[in-house]
Design a protein around this ligand. Structure first.
Ligand code: NAP
Length: 219
């Protein structure tokens, strides 16, 4: 059993991570901006606390006493650059806990834009990506660039990028792994259900297999 603090527990991905972690017997503290709005459908968390992933002091408060901090934060229609602020805040908050106890690991949900396609270009360089999506992709890329400057001896961080397409669907419990390359199927499509993405994320929590790395999953 792992003690997990989860930012973004009310979101599309965070809700699945919450349910997947709970069904495997982990303790999950849902860290939400407004506990009064925490929907019953996303409930079942071991505890619900107020927190702001953009504030390092709030991250530290929420992270204390947990072994892993997960961020499924998304800026919604707000400024995509908040993804970089969140990455800095997560690392800064965990670092500020000091060295008396082992620092919690940090697992961040990333983006697919910075993955390299089998044909060569990055996903974000492919034709036809709408401007708002492009901005999110590059902000995720900037957040990953920051994480890559963090020595794992200080904070054991991991970034998990979804497939090019992620949507709620079936939990099959299976997926294929990649590192910095987009994982595609035999027809060249890169897809994962949100449920199986959550399986992969909780597998990473349990296995600690990609410290200091980004990895990706797809069907
Ligand atoms: N879904 C996709 O298609 C997709 C694809 C690739 C990558 N991603 C990335 O995956 C991440 C999660 O995506 P999603 O679709 O699950 O997002 P989402 O449904 O919009 O959920 C975003 C979550 O972030 C929380 N949040 C917002 N501001 C916060 C703050 N200051 N402090 C703490 N929590 C805050 C929201 O909580 P509230 O309830 O307080 O609003 C919500 O739980 C995003 O970074 C997104 O870019 C998503």
């Amino acid at each position: 059993m792992t003690k997990i603090a989860l930012f973004g527990a009310t979101g599309t991905i965070g809700t699945r991570v919450l349910h997947e972690a709970l069904r495997r017997g982990h303790e999950v503290t849902a860290v939400v901006r407004d506990p009064a709005r925490f929907p019953d459908s996303a409930g079942g968390a071991t505890a619900v606390v107020r927190g702001d992933v953009l504030d390092p002091a709030s991250v530290a408060e929420a992270a204390a006493g947990h072994e892993v901090v997960v961020s499924a934060f998304g800026p919604g229609s707000g400024d995509p650059a908040a993804l970089v602020t969140a990455a800095r805040s997560l690392i800064g908050g965990v670092r500020s806990l000091g060295t008396d106890a082992p620092a919690p690991r940090v697992v961040v949900v990333g983006g697919a834009g910075s993955l390299r396609t089998p044909g060569g270009p990055m996903v974000w360089d492919e034709a036809g990506v709408p401007a708002p999506v492009l901005a999110l992709m590059h902000a995720h890329g900037d957040a990953l660039d920051f994480l890559r400057t963090v020595p794992v001896e200080e904070v054991r961080w991991t970034c998990l990028s979804p497939a090019a397409q992620i949507a709620p669907g079936e939990r099959t419990g299976t997926y294929r792994l990649g590192l910095d390359g987009l994982v595609v199927d035999e027809e060249g499509r890169s897809r994962i259900s949100t449920e199986d993405f959550a399986v992969a994320l909780v597998d990473e929590i349990e296995r600690d297999a990609h410290a200091g790395r980004r990895f990706t999953v797809a069907h």
